[in-house]
Design a protein around this ligand. Structure first.
Ligand code: NAD
Length: 421
């Protein structure tokens, strides 16, 4: 079994700022607005105690960052991972600002994280950590101020604990304080699949643009959690053949296609995709480089770098993950005529259905899955079409086009509001 390092030592915040600078330059953005948008509005760090099952007290470190509130309350997930850092959270918060702007939903960008490997905690410890962390960030969050959601290693159950904690302090039930909740607590139909579904809506549009026939296409997916495993299933539903997938323990490959439903069961049983009968075990870097038409990175940041970008065979890259590609790798992919659906567009389905969930909560309403998916499709296809139009008009890479669209929308909102006081 090959175990890959979870993140390369590339600073996600430096990457996020570099991507922003590129767009700001192209847009000839006002210097003052540029200075404001280059930094997060608020950064919050806490060190909080949790009673462990063995009777000891452990202190954990957590963060909540609000990058920009120009277009609405902060929105963004909370990540539990041993490699969480303030710079990673800042980058993820900035990307949320652009993501909400690309799809035109009325939010600013935020993100949170706790330095913890949740797999090492019991259920009781996980609940205690979640409730205490949410209590710490209550100085910032609220249904009108900052609305968290799931991210890596955080689940609908954890969202339920967050919502309950906030509601107990408020003295009444406040479903609109987090999204990604279980349906029984005001969660939205279709939220669980939304990130992957949004990705696949974009892939369908991009494939049409590029003349890729999805029924003949081979797909490789890095990361097999919420975004990756559901994207793999949905690509199979489109008639494509998923030839490689991976999780944090490594990957598997079968050039004739994997039975994704069976791989999901295998992972449930064995805790890893590796060892799946009929497939060859490969490493995580190899998953990115296998022979395929479409590559879906759906794990963590900094996976496609200057080192391996030149080896990517896929013609279309759909970033279900946040920040999987470094700016140096982008240059190589652009030179190699790869078509990129950038993260801020490609995985915006998650936050879009989170927005639907929040709207339903505030209105005490509940929409059918069909309504949710139709509205999601309309928003994703529109955002994709608008981004592609800029890319074609300016003859630029899709990431730069998505940034130009997003940064301009945020800058317009800030200009109209003016600088207080
Ligand atoms: P998850 O916790 O459900 O799954 C993460 C998966 O990545 C797991 O299968 C894990 O084993 C795998 N993984 C971890 N390190 C890896 C590595 N080095 N190589 C390969 N696989 C690795 O998380 P998720 O919600 O699916 O999030 C995945 C990505 O999608 C993240 O970048 C996240 O920010 C992004 N995203 C998620 C959502 C959402 O709604 N869940 C929305 C937008 C973006």
């Amino acid at each position: 079994m090959t175990t890959e390092p979870v993140t390369a030592p590339i600073n996600a915040w430096a990457v996020a700022q570099q991507q922003f600078d590129l767009a700001a330059e192209r847009l000839h953005l006002d210097e003052g607005i540029r200075r404001v948008l280059r930094e997060p509005r608020r950064e919050f760090t806490c060190h909080f105690p949790v009673h462990m099952d063995d009777g000891s007290v452990r202190v954990f470190t957590g963060y909540r960052v609000q990058h920009n509130l120009g277009r609405g309350p902060a929105k963004g997930g909370i990540r539990y991972h041993q490699d969480v850092s303030i710079d990673e959270v800042k980058a993820l918060a900035m990307w949320m600002t652009w993501k909400c702007a690309v799809v035109g939903i009325p939010y600013g960008g935020g993100k949170g994280g706790v330095i913890v490997d949740p797999k090492q905690l019991s259920m009781r410890e996980l609940e205690a950590l979640s409730r205490r962390f949410f209590t710490e960030i209550e100085v910032l969050v609220g249904p009108e101020r900052d609305i968290p959601a799931p991210d890596v290693n955080t689940t609908p159950q954890i969202m339920a604990w967050f919502m309950d904690t906030y509601s107990m302090h408020a003295g009444y039930t406040v479903p609109g304080v987090v999204t990604g909740k279980p349906i029984s607590l005001g969660g939205s139909e279709g939220r669980n699949e939304a990130t992957a579904r949004g990705t696949v809506y974009c892939v369908v549009e991009a494939a049409r643009h590029l003349g890729i026939e999805l029924k003949k296409a081979k797909v490789s997916v890095q990361g097999f959690g919420n975004a990756g495993s559901i994207a793999a299933q949905l690509m199979v539903a489109e008639g494509s053949s998923v030839v490689a997938v991976s999780d944090s323990t490594g990957g598997i490959h079968n050039p004739n296609g994997l039975d994704i439903a069976k791989v999901i069961n295998w992972k449930k049983e064995h805790g890893t995709v590796q060892g799946f009968p009929g497939a060859k075990d490969i490493s995580n870097p190899e998953v990115l480089e296998v022979e395929c038409d479409i590559l879906i990175p759906a794990a963590l940041e900094n996976q496609i770098t200057a080192k391996n970008a030149g080896n990517i065979k896929a013609r279309l890259i759909a970033e279900a993950a946040n920040g999987p590609t470094t700016p140096e790798a982008d240059e190589i992919l652009w030179k190699n005529s790869k078509f990129m659906i950038p993260d801020i567009l490609c995985n915006a389905g998650g936050v879009t259905v989170s927005y639907f969930e929040w709207v339903q909560d505030l209105n005490r309403d509940h929409w059918s899955e069909q309504v949710v998916n139709e509205k999601l499709k309309e928003i994703m296809v529109k955002a994709f079409t608008e981004t592609l139009a800029i890319a074609r008009r300016e003859q630029i890479y899709m990431r730069t086009a998505a940034y130009m669209l997003a940064v301009q929308r945020v800058a317009d909102a800030m200009t109209m509001r003016g600088l207080y006081p």
